[in-house]
Design a protein around this ligand. Structure first.
Ligand code: NAP
Length: 284
């Protein structure tokens, strides 16, 4: 029976680390602050924005939610981002997605100052992932790595098979995990005989968005299985991995909920602090 990669416990530790870093910054006269921009009233985005508010306040990170009507123009939104970029009291900026159809997601993402881009979506930060330079990187791929390392799973030298090459999770994860000296295989919807690849994994990471796609016959005995998927089914939220059967075969497995997703908000907050250091600690 697999050991649990317990995201909730790891998140607690991470939050304590962030809290003490915030205390140090405050002693230096820096009050970390995150600004979240919500355009329209997409119900899921409203929930995410509120959950970030709760976490940031619990970590003594100031939080400002700015809401714009869904009919606002792209230039109004870009003007707002420009003001937030120039505001020295704001260290992190996050634009909730999805944006209304008449607004270009690419132009908006590129408008956020790279050192305040706590979502890690600016083309410069995407480039830093590729080049191996330091930048702000997206939370979910970082979470896959944190959950492994903080559970004592060695990544270096392992064969990591990533299922999914999405822009949010799979693709950035490839380069972040390569930095940890893994050998990597990437699978996607056009991969024939997926199981033939997943069975070779020492560490199998699923980032697809298809409930229970990974079944126990697709997993090598003793493999470590990380599930980044979040799927809403009639029976509730589940991952991309068929947890009940795969846990019999794996050595470690992350549950959904309670795994990768438990760390992501805290990792966004850690990005706010990293942003302060990338900004040279100059903004107060
Ligand atoms: P995405 O952009 O939709 O990418 C999905 C990937 O899965 C694509 O590369 C697709 O292949 C591949 N795929 C689809 N069906 C497949 C199949 N049958 N076999 C193999 N590969 C298949 O998704 P994403 O935004 O990266 O997100 C991936 C998952 O992570 C989703 O479940 C999402 O909800 C979850 N997520 C979790 C968090 C969190 O906090 N835990 C945060 C963000 C996202 P093609 O490229 O060929 O189309």
């Amino acid at each position: 029976m697999a050991e649990l990669l317990d995201g909730k416990s790891i998140a607690k530790v991470l939050k304590e680390e962030i809290k003490s870093e915030v205390s140090v910054l405050k002693e230096q006269g820096i009050q970390p602050k995150l600004a979240v921009v919500l355009v329209g009233d997409d119900p899921a985005s409203v929930v995410y924005a509120k959950s970030k508010q709760k976490v940031s306040e619990s970590l003594n990170i100031e939080y400002e939610l700015i809401t714009l009507d869904s009919s606002c123009s792209e230039s109004e939104l870009l003007d707002l981002i420009n003001k937030l970029n120039q505001d020295n009291e704001i260290h992190g900026i996050m634009i909730e997605l999805p944006l209304p159809k008449h607004i270009s997601k690419e132009r908006v993402m590129s408008a956020v100052l790279p050192t305040k881009d706590v979502d890690g979506v600016h083309p410069i930060n995407r480039g830093y992932i590729l080049s191996g330079e330091d930048g702000l990187f997206p939370a979910t791929p970082q979470s896959c790595i944190e959950i492994l390392l903080r559970s004592g799973v060695e990544i270096a030298g392992k064969h990591v098979v990533i299922v999914g090459r999405g822009e949010t999770v799979g693709k950035p994860l490839v380069f972040l995990i390569l930095k940890h000296n893994a050998t990597i295989t990437i699978c996607h919807s056009r991969t024939p005989d997926l199981g033939a690849f997943t069975r070779q994994a020492d560490i199998l990471i699923a980032a697809v968005g298809k409930a229970k796609l990974i079944t126990s016959d697709m997993v090598k005995q003793g493999a470590v299985v990380v599930d980044a998927g979040i799927n809403e089914t009639s029976a509730g939220i589940c991952g991309d991995v068929d947890f009940d059967s795969v846990q019999e075969k794996a050595s470690y497995i992350s549950p959904v909920p309670g795994g990768v997703g438990s760390l992501t908000t805290a990792l966004i907050m850690r990005n706010v602090l990293k942003g302060i250091s990338l900004q040279g600690g100059l903004t107060k």
